[in-house]
Design a protein around this ligand. Sequence first.
Ligand SMILES: Cc1cc2nc3c(=O)[nH]c(=O)nc-3n(C[C@H](O)[C@H](O)[C@H](O)COP(=O)(O)OP(=O)(O)OC[C@H]3O[C@@H](n4cnc5c(N)ncnc54)[C@H](O)[C@@H]3O)c2cc1C
Length: 291
Amino acid sequence: MKPAPFTYHAPASLEEALSLLARHRGEAKVLAGGQSLVPLMNFRLARPAQVVDLNGLRTLAGIREADGMLCLGAMTRQHAIERSPVVRRLCPLLAEATALIGHPAIRSRGTIGGSLAHADPAAEYPTVLATLEGTVVARSLAGERTLTAESLFAGYLATRLEPDEILVEVRLPLPPRRHGWAFEEVSRRHGDFALVAVAALVAVEDGRCARVRLAAGGVGPAPQRLRRAEETLEGRGPGEAEIREAASLAAADLAPESDLHASADFRRHLAGVLTARALRRAVRLAIELAP
Ligand SMILES: Cc1cc2nc3c(=O)[nH]c(=O)nc-3n(C[C@H](O)[C@H](O)[C@H](O)COP(=O)(O)OP(=O)(O)OC[C@H]3O[C@@H](n4cnc5c(N)ncnc54)[C@H](O)[C@@H]3O)c2cc1C
């Protein structure tokens, strides 16, 4: 339970961290909260020769609103997001999802950037990023680029970040002011990764669904947008029949795989149940908050 030998670096600036990654391209890993990287290193499933610690880079943490977006520095701790009044006011879906990550001890160290870069398909943040149509900003010595959830996630625990890139910021477009939201998941024990998770965002205008966003996690190698379910609801009343129709479309469109934790059929069934649950709660909130 000890990691393979590595050289530890504590850069004092982002530029220094990027230079280290460029110099040791492919041999270095950045260390954020360490909640996934350190166990992987201890089990020797990851053996980076160089570890570049981002914890001294205070400019990489913080929450701000800018240009209609909620912007979160990659090193923002999950517990800071969970407790932030700004997040609760502007993007309550993110606050709700954060409270479901692991346990308080995990959230006190784990970061939003680390979770997205780790790309566990059952993690809460990838599903939130997909639902909110957010982007991440990746920086290298060569410059900066922006990736959507679809372009970031390449498969199970895999992203399209280059080895010399650091994810520096997460940008989430603000949902409509009066919207309903819900993040529903099922896990075997409190604090475990979800077997399946579904996030929903709904705006209701004049008794009809004006905007619906749905995504599921734990049902494939990356989070999945539930586009047919969204489309079937938009422009229609948010009644029980419509919600059930959307939920069965969601389940039908997914092709999860069986694994040690659950069969493909059970995951598909859960996705339908959780879609209906998330939609009911989001619609109820949207109606309560409508003018
Ligand atoms: C017992 C336990 C239960 C957990 N339960 C859950 C759960 O229910 N839901 C959930 O979502 N997560 C869960 N986690 C994982 C937790 O959320 C981690 O915090 C998260 O996966 C990784 O974030 P981190 O900041 O700790 O990153 P680290 O572990 O430091 O890094 C993870 C990976 O991302 C890379 N990386 C980190 N930051 C960056 C960056 N800025 N740019 C580029 N690459 C980067 C690292 O090099 C590494 O490869 C759990 C962890 C444990 C130990």
